[in-house]
Write a protein that binds this ligand. Structure first.
Ligand code: INI
Length: 160
């Protein structure tokens, strides 16, 4: 049996973090968590790029631009979509998740979903450096593992 597993070795990796400003009390903490994880896993400070978007809905487009640039081995998206009085939340959260998945599959670059979707601000704060950890840190850790994993796997032969 041949087994592959990604390791948390980020030396030599170039990673972009895309953060949405909407609910910035939370997203600033997620972005900090992502940065912290990248540095802890060996990514050089000068190889980290941080880009801010207005909201989570805009994350996929910016992630695509960064993924297609060839300048980044992975893109980490962080945001906070918090349920309000209307169903706006559902549209933003659903399209953000679907868009990020599409970008990663279309480009082959790991684009990680570090977007909180919660009912309350409190639940988001719990996951942005509070009692339930930091989703930004987790997302950046996933990015490092995925880059390392993809580097080990045989290259795709592509369409015939
Ligand atoms: N954007 C968020 O990142 N989080 C939210 O909770 C949110 N809500 O609830 O409205 C939100 N809306 C803005 C959206 O992401 C776009 O920026 C906007 O619709 C313009 O395209």
């Amino acid at each position: 049996m041949i087994t592959y597993t990604g390791h948390l070795r980020g030396d030599g990796m170039r990673v972009a973090v895309v953060a949405s400003r909407f609910n910035d009390l939370i997203t600033e903490r997620l972005a900090e968590g992502a940065h912290d994880a990248l540095v802890r896993h060996g990514v050089d400070e000068s190889s980290i790029t941080l880009v801010w978007t207005p909201g989570a809905f805009e994350l996929p487009l910016v992630a695509r631009r960064l993924a297609e640039s060839g300048d980044h081995d992975a893109v980490v998206c962080v945001g906070a979509v918090i349920r309000g009085a209307t169903d706006h939340y559902t549209h933003v959260a659903t399209q953000c998740a679907a868009g990020i998945q599409r970008v990663t599959l279309d480009t082959g670059v790991p684009v990680v979903f570090g977007v909180l979707t919660t009912d309350t601000t409190e639940a988001a704060l719990d996951r942005a450096g509070g009692k339930l950890g930091n989703k930004g840190f987790e997302a950046a850790t996933t990015a490092v593992e995925m880059v390392d994993l993809l580097r080990q796997l045989p290259k795709s032969a592509g369409p015939v």
